[in-house]
Design a protein around this ligand. Sequence first.
Ligand code: MG
Length: 349
Amino acid sequence: MITPDDHETPQLGSFGDVCRSEDSCVVARRDFNFAMTQARILFVDDSLPMRLRYEALLRKHGFAVETTGDASWALQLLTPPDHGFHLVISDLYMPEMDGRALVEGLRKLPHNKMLPVLVLTGSPDWEDVVPSLEAGASDYVLKERQEHDPQWQGEFLARVKNHAQTGLLAEQLDRMSRTDSLTDLFNRRHGTQRLDEEIFRSRRYGRGLAVCLMDIDHFKKVNDTHGHQAGDDVLIEVASRLAEMSRESDCVIRWGGEEFLVLFPETEMEEAAGIVERFRRELGGSPVCVNRQLFPLEITVSGGVAVLEPQDTAESLVARADSALYKAKESGRNKLLLAQFGEVLPIPV
Ligand SMILES: [Mg+2]
């Protein structure tokens, strides 16, 4: 696969130049250019000369492009939910997996339902084009018959820009639907889905899964005494420290008002408890600065840790962590308790 590093830096905003050279060309909206600098395209074609030609053209117009000659490899690249591509442009005829099969494959993945896919075809015959559109391709483009055809390039680039714009907006919407706007953590909707996925993975591969439900102590008092802006500042700061504390594979969720749920995949009780206990101590020992307050506020958290057991559902797992959290609150706050062996236990020293 050719990577972006093998090529020259893209030149931005040059689409207008192509258009000026030909009066008959469709004039592009130049305000697209800024947004397009962020668009990443995956170009799939079994012909190396085609890959090089289209890659050069797209790069010249400011797109980040990766190419591959193998549709099944393209499908693998598009399998992780955060693959980061905003548009796929695929040849129709390729050995082994063709463009239509690629479209079918990627539309089966929920996160790719809105990913724009343009198919490239040598002929406009319906028997070539319609099946891939029916499989979920967004649009088709005829291949350039001779190189440097400005009319063809104008149309091709306009289509690419429109679809890449849609891809960028879809990514933005997806991010908004998963994120809590105040803290930038995952929201409860996404958290619930991730929890189900992690439970499935844990059972399938026989690995541990720990969760910690955590709550900021006396949060209502922060709001009542210092105002809601200070309350928001505390939430933002605690969230950011939690995100910093977590490992890349962990998932930190704003579960409710001042409640956070942390998922620790492939982690047993002892390790998860060690991580959150360190967090609890560090937070307690390092007051939180909030806007418009002269002095930093001392903020503490209480929490309950639980690990997935064979009979658990997502609800029962979180409920166990919640009962440990409740006991931690009841017995003085600023502490973590473990829900283990049907009991609520302190963290072993
Ligand atoms: Mg081909």
